[in-house]
Design a protein around this ligand. Structure first.
Ligand code: NAP
Length: 488
């Protein structure tokens, strides 16, 4: 009980990335003091700690990719570089006194629920007991390595982009990159500056929109330091612009989709001179079906004399390099796997056990899903931040976390007032929510004839099929009819 008369819950947050830091700040602002953050690695930052590959940057405008309450006048470019973003999260975490709450190098191994409490065990053999358990592990943090025969036989250096080995020199080397997604589009132009030859193994071409990466001057930064309101306006403006273009285009709104298609097609036509190469780089699916890549350097790089775009499928990998289906051996010194992530693992491999001993593996056996992307039936007082169908796409994931955090805080506030001791979404509400999502999917471009990490094993996009505004509106207030509450 606090002096205000409200109960003070204990909250364990898993992960000290962007969402974990945000949660700690907002919980503290609400007067909650018993907050523990368990972080598996030695540092905070999540994605931005893990991804240090050459060229790593955010393809959401920097002034949009900030917490709404912590504008940053120091961004050097329109698209902030990875190290700057990492520094930003560290600074905010220090400023808001989140860092001392983080237990580093402590991975959660199992969590189980009983009698309105979570018991959490960690890799340090410690046990924590809490009223709420919140997973803030993010979506894209389990590197997906390709299942290509012979990969383990390769005698050169081989690593995934999220596990970049900076001890490997690239100067004058023959480098292979498997993949042509958002990550590859950032990596390839950088390794091309160093490598003697860079072979890009493309399975599927991608749509790319060009947005110039403006460099901000000292004058700009001075102005923004003096007038933080300008930055808040920037934040609003970019949010509006991205919503009106990218976000509406992918859910099938005609004019935004025509505009995005025009921009991508024009970019390809005007950037790539050789018609043969252009043909190889032309996707055969609708713009936005895979996440649209925002990039202004890939097309230039792939036309350089030391670039080789390989579109023959990969047959196998040998000690010396990659053999394509035409029998050609592409000899390599370094092989980079820009092959993406497993987006449906979420907080796993930890063992999560809800009421009556139900495991998350059982609960998700048929489908990985969550009510309002946050709550899983039979897992009371457990929240999965950025869960399936969070409106990902080309929008700022920070904005999504902020909306979800407010929603969760409303629920925790009601717990504090004694409205309930435990809360879980009902099966019925989950099914209704799933049907509502399914209905919206029909008009989207994600079913536009491509394979992407957006699709779950059933081929259903784990996305939000309506507008951002609609999502914000529906996430304003929890509807307790959709939950089962207990008061003991
Ligand atoms: P991705 O979009 O999933 O791309 C993976 C690439 O690897 C694809 O080109 C895929 O080909 C290829 N691939 C996978 N397995 C393969 C195999 N066995 N053989 C040949 N090719 C294979 O992954 P990502 O580029 O890491 O991006 C994932 C997401 O991370 C992005 O969509 C974005 O949300 C986020 N991201 C964001 C930024 C940013 O700036 N904010 C930067 C990087 C990444 P197919 O297309 O044929 O499957």
């Amino acid at each position: 009980m606090t002096t205000s008369g409200f109960r003070n819950p204990s909250v364990v947050v898993i992960g000290a990335g962007m969402t974990g830091i945000l949660l700690a700040i907002e919980l503290e602002k609400a007067g909650i003091t018993d907050i523990t953050i368990l972080e598996k690695k030695h540092d905070l930052g999540g994605t931005w700690r893990e991804n240090t590959y050459p060229g790593v940057a955010c393809d959401i405008p920097a002034h949009m990719y900030t917490y709404s309450f912590a504008p940053n006048p120091e961004w050097s470019h329109r698209f902030a570089h990875g190290d700057e973003i990492q520094a930003y999260f560290k600074r905010v975490s220090d400023e808001y006194k989140v860092t001392p709450k983080i237990h580093f190098n402590e991975a959660v191994t199992e969590s189980s629920y009983q009698n309105a409490k979570w018991t959490i065990k960690t890799s340090k053999d410690k046990t924590y007991v809490s009223d709420f358990l919140i997973s803030a592990t993010g979506i894209l943090h389990h590197p997906a390595k390709p299942n290509i025969p012979g990969l383990e036989r390769f005698q050169g250096k081989c690593f995934h982009t999220a596990e970049w080995d900076h001890s490997v020199p690239l100067e004058g080397k023959r480098i292979g990159v498997i993949g042509t997604g958002s990550t590859a589009a950032q990596v390839i132009p950088e390794v091309m500056k160093l490598g003697k030859k860079v072979s890009v193994f493309q399975r599927t071409p991608q749509w790319i929109v060009k947005v110039p990466d403006t460099t901000y001057t000292e004058e700009d930064k001075k102005k923004w330091r003096k007038e933080p309101n300008l930055l808040k306006r920037f934040h609003k403006w970019y949010t509006f612009a991205v919503e009106q273009t990218f976000s509406k285009a992918v859910i099938g709104k005609k004019i935004p989709h025509m505009l995005m298609s025009f921009l991508c097609k024009r970019n390809l036509r005007t950037s790539v001179k050789d018609p043969e190469l252009r043909k190889k780089l032309t996707p055969n699916y609708r713009v936005g079906c895979k996440r649209v890549i925002v990039n202004s350097t890939f097309y230039d790089a792939i036309q350089k004399p030391n670039a080789d775009l390989v579109t023959e499928g990969i047959e196998k990998i040998t000690e010396k390099g990659v053999v394509t289906k035409d029998g050609k051996l592409h000899e390599l010194d370094v092989l980079v796997l820009a092959t993406g992530f497993h987006p449906f693992h979420f907080m796993r491999p930890m063992n999560l056990t809800g009421e009556n001993g139900i495991s998350i593996e059982t609960a998700w056996k048929k489908k990985v899903q969550a009510y309002r992307s946050l709550f899983i039936p039979h897992f009371p007082n457990f929240v999965l931040m950025l869960g399936p169908n969070t409106p990902i796409g080309n929008f700022s994931v920070i904005a999504m976390s902020e909306v979800q955090t407010k929603y969760v805080l409303k629920i925790i506030e009601d717990w504090r007032r004694g409205k309930f001791n435990s809360i879980q979404a009902t099966e019925e509400a989950l099914h209704r929510f799933a049907a509502y999502l399914k209905k919206g999917m029909a008009g989207t471009v994600w079913l536009g004839g491509c394979q992407s990490w957006y699709l779950d094993p059933d081929g259903d996009p784990a996305m939000w099929p309506y507008t951002w505004k609609q999502w914000e509106k529906e996430m304003k207030t929890p509807d307790y009819n959709d939950f089962s509450l207990t008061t003991q």
